[in-house]
Write a new protein. Structure first.
Length: 267
């Protein structure tokens, strides 16, 4: 990151012995924050997730240690305790440690667990929020997460518990709680989710969409209904978010990403 920009913005210093938990945003590397870019350029060690676009790693300073610390459902990966212990160890040795996470560290990202471990170990840390997939991914799909003509509330829900199963949820409350529902890591349980919501009173004709590979070059969007969600999910990539609500209809007008690509690459 340009030093003149850093100076102009008066960004916080990245001190030795600190850990910064930084959200890289969903997909598009351009969605990272200025503080995130600063951390990339100054960190001694970068522990990055599977969902981080590796083009961001090219911005690391020369000699920085790059350590993969990704976790994926259903795949053998780093233990959370090992990641937290490594953050603590590297910081206590005087390193500037960047924990680079996809989306936002505190939205279904285990950032709270890592921050808790650092606090318990008396390691100073900073949280740098990122754009979460449930907002940024929908924006790239042309689906506003809120719109005054369709919804005044939105609920973010994980579709994948720590045990790999659908969490036990109060589906009656969820079904009635807000007009728009956004599910993370829920493709595997789409059929169960749809059945539970319809049993709770949501209409099978309610619009729904599956946004796969959100904000990436290979993003795809499948528009369906709550009743058709299970069948649509069977064909969707595993890296998907699901949105249910009337605001899905706005995509027909607001799907800007494909239109932009067409304008930049005319036939």
């Amino acid at each position: 990151m340009d030093r003149n920009i850093i100076a102009a913005l008066g960004l916080a210093p990245f001190e030795k012995g600190w850990v910064w938990l930084v959200g890289a945003g969903p997909g598009d590397p351009g969605l990272i924050t200025a503080l995130g870019l600063k951390a990339l350029s100054e960190a001694d060690f970068i522990l990055y997730d599977a969902l981080v676009d590796e083009r961001l790693l090219s911005l690391a300073r020369k000699g920085a240690g790059l350590i993969f610390a990704g976790k994926r459902a259903g795949v053998t990966s780093c233990k959370q305790s090992d990641i937290s212990n490594l953050l603590i160890d590297l910081a206590k040795k005087g390193g500037r440690v960047l924990r680079l996470k996809g989306g936002d560290p505190f939205v279904f990202g285990r950032g709270g667990e890592e921050a808790g471990a650092l606090a318990s170990a008396r390691v100073p840390f900073r949280i740098v929020p990122g754009i979460t997939a449930g907002i940024g991914g929908l924006a790239y799909a042309g689906i506003p997460v809120t719109h005054r003509d369709t919804n005044h509330a939105v609920t973010f829900i994980t579709g994948h518990g720590s045990d790999g199963k659908l969490p036990r949820l109060d589906w009656q409350a969820i079904g009635k709680g807000s007009e728009t529902l956004v599910f993370y890591m829920a493709r595997k349980f789409a059929s169960e989710i749809a059945s539970a919501l319809m049993a709770a009173g949501r209409s099978p004709d309610e619009p729904a969409a599956i946004v796969a590979n959100a904000a990436r070059d290979n993003q795809s969007v499948t528009v369906t209904t709550l009743g058709g969600l299970a069948a649509a999910a069977e064909k969707a990539p595993s890296l998907s978010i699901i949105v249910i609500g009337e605001n899905v209809r706005l995509r027909e007008q607001l799907a800007w990403l494909g239109k932009m690509a067409a304008a930049l690459n005319p036939a």
